[in-house]
Design a protein around this ligand. Structure first.
Ligand code: CUA
Length: 337
């Protein structure tokens, strides 16, 4: 049945659990709506034949003549069950949506840069690749994506995942491929004359093959991040061991929730870190002076990825001393979400 539906709808094979779940909901919706439509069509046909006009100019029989009228509980029951069906779809869909959107805690990060008209991938171990994305089978992979020019959309039909890739912003997507194989990547957002040629491939490798491939790179992205941070002057304001300084310490910062100037809080993730580098005055950490310069145009996407990876590496570093900002209100150490 499932294979028949896949073939009828011309869907590629399902290579992730998410793909199977998405298809199950898809098939459930299609089959129930088709059954409903068939029921209505058959009922309409029956009524047309049963009550068609038999004599020319025959008057319609008044309703009062009808021998049977459905009781109120039946009418109410039909309305409630149709509403209930929609509610079931919504509940399944909402829970799937949350699962598809929220990446597992320890997913492996791959940084994706889209540009007219190709895909570039940077791995945490320091390797890079173009067009072909290498991932291990049976592990959670999280893509942190941005665009250098216009809006693109990263789409892997076999995984049933698709996400817009937007300039000036980071979007994420995650998947867990079942088994080794090669699957096409498409750009699913019209991005110029080369849009239809903006193709790629996900190459899912057996974990040992992936380790061998990734291990061929000598540099460690987090280490590179430390070098970039030192070269760009980040470390003259941010400490990496919890020592109070002009800016918030990077020790244990990633993944924490920080208070913002003007109220509210922000979770320190790729999006917040990137925004703080490119547009530092938008969300200022409460208690710090507004002295952070913008790095827009002064740092490449690869360097940005390296710095983020460095902050991630420092996430479990416990601040050595209780961090106290130089100005403003005292504040507690960041709480973990
Ligand atoms: Cu990139 Cu379409």
């Amino acid at each position: 049945m499932r294979n028949l539906l896949l073939r009828l709808l011309d869907l590629p094979g399902e290579r992730t659990q998410v793909a199977r779940d998405v298809d199950s909901l898809h098939f459930f919706v299609i089959l129930t709506t088709m059954a409903g439509a068939a029921f209505i069509a058959i009922a309409a046909l029956y009524f047309m034949i049963r009550w068609h006009r038999r004599v020319p100019d025959e008057d319609a029989r008044p309703l009062a003549d009808a021998r049977w009228r459905p009781p109120l509980w039946l009418e109410g029951g039909i309305i409630v069950s149709i509403f209930g069906l929609f509610l079931v779809w919504w509940l399944i869909g909402a829970s799937q949506f949350v699962r598809i959107r929220v990446p597992p805690e320890h997913a492996e990060n791959v940084y994706v840069t889209a540009k007219q008209w190709m895909w570039e991938f940077a791995y945490a171990a320091g390797r890079t690749s173009q067009t072909t994305l290498y991932v291990p089978a049976g592990r959670d992979v999280r893509l942190v994506m941005t665009s250098r020019d216009v809006i693109h959309s990263f789409y892997v039909p076999a995984f049933r995942v698709k996400q817009d890739v937007i300039p000036g912003r980071y979007t994420t997507l995650w998947f867990h491929a079942d088994a080794p194989g090669r699957y096409p990547i498409f750009c699913a957002e019209f991005c110029g004359t080369g849009h239809s040629r903006m193709l790629g491939e996900v190459f899912v490798l057996a974990p040992e093959d992936y380790e061998a491939w990734i291990g061929a790179a000598a540099i460690d992205l987090a280490k590179r991040g430390h070098e970039v941070a030192a070269a760009k002057g980040c470390l003259s304001c941010h400490s990496t061991d919890g020592t109070p300084h002009l800016g918030p310490t990077w020790a244990g910062l990633y993944g924490s929730r920080v208070p913002l100037e003007g109220g509210g809080t922000a979770v320190v993730d790729e999006a917040y870190i990137t925004e703080s580098m490119m547009d530092p005055l938008v969300k200022v950490h409460l208690g710090y002076t507004r002295i952070m310069p913008t790095f827009l145009g002064r740092i490449t996407p690869a360097e940005t990825a390296a710095i983020i990876e460095y902050l991630r590496a420092l996430r479990d570093t416990t601040p050595a001393t209780l961090q106290a900002p130089l100005m403003g209100q005292p504040h507690r150490p960041e709480e973990r979400p």
